[in-house]
Ligand binder design. Structure first.
Ligand code: MG
Ligand code: MG
Length: 261
């Protein structure tokens, strides 16, 4: 069952997602070679709690941390650890927060130091596919229009789309109906209607689309150990244009300032 949100509830969700966006901005300030994902996790947890929120992923079905940190061939659901990030790595940082009874959810894949040009292209394409998916997230369209947009763009570039892991409805629960696949057929699936709030999160692989789960019971990685990228926004369906509730503005402000140094 899909839970539709009132305008007031969508404003509460904007606040939850603003907290997530600002938390990712704090991560952006700290992320660099030599820093561990567990250190980033502590920064995120402290920031969320200091701002009146509760980490959304911590203890979710037993997940042990605030962030999901998925490095290189890891796709999603990586558990933060003490291994220092190194030059050339990429890391998907996925953050959820509960504030005023509603969840926010957003993810950004960061480059650590100097990343190979072909990996930069994968990241840029994955982020662009998210934006193309969001363009389709409007009242009257179908769920398949979102997946089609993501799949068509990324597969034309020679990448592959993870099938088993998908986006989702979000609200008072971190994961609600409907599932939001990153592949699909134009015009297929349920009709999108104002008041639906969904997290769109393409997971795009450099090589094969197939994934496996690591022995830790959480981390998903590519079966061929090639790189994978992941970007996510929470969006409210509206007439004419989606209302993007999360934001990369805080992250990109930090990254832009660093690149100017
Ligand atoms: Mg997420
Ligand atoms: Mg999500």
């Amino acid at each position: 069952m899909i839970f539709f949100k009132t305008d007031e509830e969508i404003e509460l969700m904007r606040a939850s997602n603003l907290l997530v966006a600002r938390t990712l901005g704090e991560v952006a300030k700290a992320i660099k070679p030599g820093v561990s994902t567990l250190e980033l996790d502590k920064i995120a947890e402290t920031f969320i709690r200091d701002n009146g929120g509760v980490p959304g992923f911590l203890n979710y079905h037993g997940f042990p941390n605030t962030l999901c940190t998925s490095v290189n061939q890891h796709v999603v659901h990586g558990i933060p650890n003490k291994t220092p990030l190194k030059n050339g790595d990429i890391v998907s940082v996925d953050c959820g927060a509960l504030l005023n009874g509603f969840f926010g959810d957003s993810a950004y894949t960061f480059e650590i130091g100097e990343v190979k040009p072909e990996i930069k292209k994968l990241l840029a394409a994955t982020k662009q596919s998210l934006l193309l998916g969001i363009e389709q997230a409007i009242d009257g369209n179908r769920l398949g229009d979102i997946g089609f947009a993501v799949q068509e763009y990324t597969e034309k570039l020679g990448y592959s789309v993870v099938r088993e892991m998908v986006g989702h409805g979000i609200g008072k629960n971190l994961h609600e109906a409907p599932e939001v696949p990153n592949y699909g057929k134009r015009g297929n699936g349920i009709k999108l209607q104002s008041g639906m709030v969904i997290a769109i999160e393409p997971m795009i692989n450099m090589g094969k689309r197939q994934i496996v789960q690591e022995k830790d019971g959480w981390t998903i990685r590519t079966v061929d150990n090639q790189m994978s990228a992941h970007f996510e926004h929470t969006v409210a369906i509206r007439k004419g244009k989606a209302d993007v509730l999360s934001s990369f503005e805080f992250v990109e402000e930090v990254l832009h300032l660093q690149s100017e140094k």
